[in-house]
Design a protein around this ligand. Structure first.
Ligand SMILES: [Zn+2]
Length: 88
């Protein structure tokens, strides 16, 4: 078991989190017709980089979406940063 840190809730069991995608992966514009090859690439292609990667994760308990930077080789979590902008 691995411990991930939610920016809102703190350290939690990895089973409470859901991988949402690689950071920077851009969804094709779906307001018009989408090329099948472009759509398939978006859905099924992952970078699978070795080393430090930045990914979007969700803590399913509180629905917080955040960026997790982790080492894909050692699985060490380097940082977690919320995606939301604080309004104050
Ligand atoms: Zn949370």
């Amino acid at each position: 078991m691995q411990i991930f840190t939610c920016p809102s809730c703190g350290a939690r069991d990895e089973r409470e989190f859901h991988f949402s995608g690689e950071l920077g992966k851009v969804r094709p514009n779906t307001t018009g017709e989408v090329n099948e090859e472009e759509w398939a690439t978006y859905l099924h292609t992952q970078g699978n980089e070795l080393g430090a990667v930045r990914e979007v994760w969700m803590h399913m308990t509180c629905a917080e979406l955040f960026v997790m930077e982790r080492d894909s080789v050692t699985m060490e979590v380097l940082s977690t940063t919320p995606l939301r902008k604080d309004v104050s």
